[in-house]
Design a protein around this ligand. Structure first.
Ligand SMILES: Nc1ncnc2c1ncn2[C@@H]1O[C@H](COP(=O)(O)OP(=O)(O)O)[C@@H](O)[C@H]1O
Ligand SMILES: [Mg+2]
Length: 138
């Protein structure tokens, strides 16, 4: 496996927070988070939000499909499309209101929105490696 390995969830969150602080978010940002269940995608989103200065609760959007956050640097939408029936169902969700200039979108299971979901600026692939997690960033 290539990429960066994180032995603990805490170290993965710290890395995500650093990425958030370094991110150029003014014109909007779309990050795909790919990988199997339990690979650390939501853990990453939690760390990323912390890095942007959001200190409230971060829950998995497993059932709501999307959770909005108002952070000190602007709006962030956290998607989990695992339960999306079809890519076209994104229209019903009001996709055009989310992927707008200035907004940050973190998308778990982007495969489920293929063809309708806007392209990513950054793709992060998560793999389980024993007790650790390996992240490959493109
Ligand atoms: N190195 C690690 N990095 C991230 N999560 C880890 C790590 N080791 C164990 N975990 C655990 O794995 C689970 C990852 O869950 P989650 O982030 O919700 O995954 P996903 O959103 O990809 O389904 C959490 O329970 C977390 O505590
Ligand atoms: Mg998740």
């Amino acid at each position: 496996m290539s990429g960066k390995r994180f032995a603990t969830a805490a170290s993965l969150q710290t890395f995500a927070a650093q990425m958030a602080k370094a991110a150029e978010t003014d014109r909007g940002l779309v990050i795909y988070l790919q990988g199997p269940l339990g690979a650390g995608k939501t853990t990453f989103a939690r760390g990323f939000l912390r890095g942007l200065g959001y200190s409230g609760r971060v829950k998995s959007p497993t059932y709501t499909l999307v959770e909005p956050y108002e952070t000190p640097v602007g709006l962030l939408y956290h998607f989990d499309l695992y339960r999306l029936g079809s890519p076209e169902a994104l229209y019903g969700l009001g996709i055009e209101d989310y992927f707008v200039p200035g907004a940050i979108c973190l998308v778990e299971w982007p495969e489920c929105g293929r063809g309708v979901l806007p392209p990513a600026d950054t793709v992060i692939v998560f793999e389980v490696d024993g007790d650790g997690r390996v992240l490959t960033i493109d």
